[in-house]
Design a protein around this ligand. Structure first.
Ligand SMILES: Nc1nc2c(ncn2[C@@H]2O[C@H](COP(=O)(O)OP(=O)(O)OP(=O)(O)O)[C@@H](O)[C@H]2O)c(=O)[nH]1
Length: 437
């Protein structure tokens, strides 16, 4: 058999073995829904059962790391050269990166981060807000502290989130929907329902429309008056900085987050950060639903028709039928789950427990077949790449040469003298990103 075929077959077998192992382990495990996380218009929530820690920490990013020193390799830059990697071997390379202290650099001045960590694991609600603020900071020194804090949390959890037999401690639910679809009202009702069951809920709202007005903290809290007073709930709106800045760059690491609001690409960012993505649709006419991006329905695990009460009930039933038919024609994202459509009324509190049952079914099915974990793994890899891309782009844009040349090149491109590709190639040749990094 040609060598390539042999390798392919070997890979296939190892994948099969891995799948079989993981599902048999999962089958043995007694699964309990520990928590959930919702995201909506921006928002996302994380619910944790009482015996669980009140935060989830996702990624330990490598950005802003100090130069690495490989064992026996005095040249840190050389470490990244592929031939060095071949020489040292993947396992040795990975082993050397496990010494996180090398990545963090000097950690002598981290007393306040240590103190914050202690408060976090003692489940102090206020410390969660402080931790998120720290992680979202763009100040270099604070970013270093944030990485230190996140690394400690990650170590504390020892990767349980990803590899525990019971599955991740938290359940992250993303909610998105067009303006006025009833997201805030739904979260208030659903959040209270969950805390009533003994879960702890965290909501992280990112309102894309609020970045200009300086955030909507007050707005959201007043729109969720009962939940914001509930000691088992944590609400932290995070105004998005710029396009998706708040979502894709910092918040994922912090714990929670999401965004939606029915505009732009932000709902897709939410879908990429959660275990389960729900699309909230009001019982409205076609024109009012225009804002819903077609593709977003395809990534929804659950479509929730809101305001299914009173005079709006017939329209809600119609929308439910329409979306059910549409979803039947779409290819499911998951092998274990077919997207469903359900109706709720947040005002009359109907359909809420049925919805929660569906969410639990989703979690169990995707956990048993390994999809839940593979989704999270994929997200972690995506966030790592997002960090790298954002940092490279940021450093590129800060270069004095870029600042002066880019407007000139943009002008030439706009006037049709130069193609965008050629201008980009030229620009990249002029700057030395490695030096700046
Ligand atoms: N009849 C009925 N009205 C509802 C329900 N839920 C929300 N509404 C109403 O719908 C309107 C919008 O609700 P919100 O919860 O503010 O919707 P939203 O999606 O958060 O709105 P934006 O933040 O503007 O995107 C309000 O007037 C609510 O009272 C419901 O279950 N039934």
């Amino acid at each position: 058999m040609p060598e390539r075929e042999q390798v392919k077959k070997k890979c296939h077998h190892s994948v099969l073995r891995k799948r079989t192992n993981s599902s048999s382990v999962m089958m043995k495990s007694v699964h309990r829904i520990g928590s959930s996380l919702l995201y909506t218009k921006c928002l996302r929530t994380s619910l944790l059962s009482q015996d669980h820690t009140p935060f989830w920490l996702c990624a330990n990013s490598l950005h802003q790391s100090t130069p690495l020193q490989a064992d026996g390799d005095s040249n840190s830059d050389g470490f990244f050269k592929s031939n060095t990697l071949k020489k040292t071997g993947y396992a040795k390379y990975q082993q050397s990166l496990l010494d996180v202290s090398k990545l963090l650099g000097n950690t002598e001045d981290m007393q306040d981060a240590d103190e914050l960590f202690d408060r976090l694991i003692a489940k102090e609600r206020a410390s969660l807000a402080r931790a998120i603020t720290l992680v979202e900071s763009t100040h270099r020194e604070k970013q270093r502290k944030a990485q230190y804090l996140l690394t400690k949390v990650l170590k504390h959890m020892k990767g349980e989130d990803l590899y525990s037999l019971k599955g991740p401690r938290s359940f992250r639910i993303g909610l998105s929907g067009p303006p006025g679809s009833g997201k805030s009202t739904f979260i208030e009702t659903f959040g209270k329902f969950l805390t009533g069951l003994g879960h702890r809920v965290a909501v992280l709202a990112v309102d894309p429309s609020s970045s200009a007005s300086g955030g909507s903290l007050l707005g959201d809290k007043t729109r969720m008056p009962e939940l914001s007073r509930d000691m088992s709930a944590f609400i932290r709106p995070s105004p998005s900085c710029g396009s998706l800045g708040g979502v894709t760059r910092t918040t994922n690491e912090a714990i929670v987050l999401c965004e939606g609001g029915g505009v732009g690409q932000s709902e897709f960012a939410v879908a990429d950060m959660v275990d389960m993505f729900c699309l909230l649709i009001p019982p409205a006419g076609g024109d009012e639903l225009q804002g819903i991006k077609k593709g977003i329905v395809e990534v929804a695990d659950l479509v929730v028709v809101t305001k299914s009460d009173g005079d709006l009930l017939p329209a809600a039933c119609r929308i439910q039928t329409e979306y059910s038919s549409a979803l039947r024609l779409m290819r499911s994202r998951s092998k274990a789950w077919r997207p469903k459509v359900t109706k709720v009324s947040a005002l009359e509190k109907t359909g809420i427990s049925e919805l929660w049952e569906m969410m639990q079914d989703f979690r169990e099915s995707t956990l048993l077949c390994g999809e839940l974990l593979s989704r999270r793994e994929r997200q972690l890899k995506l966030w790592l790449r997002n960090h790298i891309r954002d940092h490279i782009m940021g450093r590129f844009e800060r270069q004095p040469k870029v600042k002066s040349m880019l407007p000139v090149l943009e002008d030439l491109v706009v006037k049709g003298h130069v193609t965008p590709g050629l201008a980009a190639d030229y620009m990249l040749q002029q700057v030395d990103l490695v030096d700046d990094l």
